[in-house]
Design a binder for this molecule. Structure first.
Ligand SMILES: [Zn+2]
Ligand SMILES: [Zn+2]
Length: 332
């Protein structure tokens, strides 16, 4: 019977080949579909969604006031002639200028602030530096006092330069601390540390602020970064201050300033300063309002944040998040 059937098929050989090829096609298609059939739920159930039952806890953030500001003043600056500094503080302060401050001594002092007693007075700073500086000069600054102060190295020290690169001393470290004990209790930020490059014969790069740190009463340290705003729309109408130069290209010559959390990228800062937040990278529907910690990417909206355990930008594990703008909770 089967032989008759095969012989019949053979006689109609085109039909035989067509059916064999069709059969193979159907089997292959079924296998491929079968694989996808098994895989589709796995793809949908990505790790993020599977863990979305445990949204990252929201971190409570408070706004803090920085009572300190320090800029380089006008006039020429050099190690031999000194520097003009322009402080502007909300409270009476003490400005301590440490000339020729050891790089490692400063790093040690900043670490001591994180672990030991807080460096909220000039005396504590001097102790933490272990006298690793050439000269110290102090000024009392009244609140809202914007007068420029001239600080210079004592002439009898006879120091005219700090040697060739790489150096183990910063030319000038200016420390601002609150003068009154009750003010130290009232502010979260207890000290500002500004490292200033001052030109000399061996390294004539113009005077500039290398970096600025704010020290908090909880023992944290934050680096102040230059903030850029769009020159055209809204915001400041003043041209950018040339003194506020961004990170100097040769800042790498100096020892690193210690750890810190990565801030917003310039692009993000610009968008925020222009008041037009980009759309959420996930739903493209709502505006970005969540900062993920610890990577600090601001990329998702309020409703999407609960669906992710990993940052959609850098894949870092999200431990906490906080809202950029507190919106009134809806009744739903
Ligand atoms: Zn969203
Ligand atoms: Zn990230």
């Amino acid at each position: 019977m089967a032989a008759v059937f095969l012989v019949t098929l053979y006689e109609y050989s085109p039909l035989f080949y067509i059916s064999v090829v069709s059969l193979c096609f159907v089997i292959t298609a079924a296998m491929v579909l079968g694989w996808f059939g098994f895989d589709v739920p796995v793809i949908l159930r990505s790790s993020d969604e599977a863990e979305s039952v445990l949204p990252a806890p929201e971190k409570r953030m408070v706004q803090v006031t920085n009572p300190f500001a320090l800029e380089l003043g006008s006039g020429t600056a050099s190690v031999t002639d000194g520097v003009f500094l322009r402080p502007c503080c909300l409270e009476p302060c003490v400005l301590s200028c440490f000339w020729g401050c050891g790089v490692h001594a400063l790093q040690g002092a900043l670490q001591a602030h994180q672990h030991g007693p807080r460096l909220n007075t000039p005396q504590r700073f001097q102790e933490a530096l272990h006298l690793q500086y050439n000269h110290c000069q102090s000024f009392h600054i009244g609140s809202e006092d914007r007068e420029e102060r001239h600080t210079e190295m004592a002439a009898e020290q006879g120091i005219t330069d700090f040697g060739l690169l790489p150096r183990d001393r910063y030319p000038l470290v200016a420390v601002l601390t609150l003068a009154e004990p009750e003010a130290r209790e009232a502010y979260n930020i207890v000290a500002s540390v500004t490292v200033v490059h001052v030109p000399d014969d061996k390294y004539s790069l113009s005077a500039r602020i290398l970096f600025q740190h704010l020290l908090t009463s909880q023992g944290n340290m934050y680096e102040l970064k230059p903030l850029f705003m769009s020159a055209e729309s809204g915001g400041s109408s003043e041209p950018p201050d040339p003194n506020q130069s961004p990170e100097p290209p040769d800042a790498q010559d100096w020892a690193p300033s210690g750890g810190g959390e990565s801030p917003m990228t310039e692009e993000e800062e610009r968008d925020w300063s222009e008041g037009k937040a980009r759309d959420c990278v996930v739903c493209q529907n709502a505006s970005v309002n969540r900062v993920l910690l610890p990577c600090r990417h601001a990329c998702v909206c309020d409703s999407c944040v609960s669906h992710f355990q990993h940052c959609p930008i850098c894949r870092a594990f999200v431990i906490e998040s906080f809202a950029l703008l507190q919106r009134p909770a809806t009744g739903e």
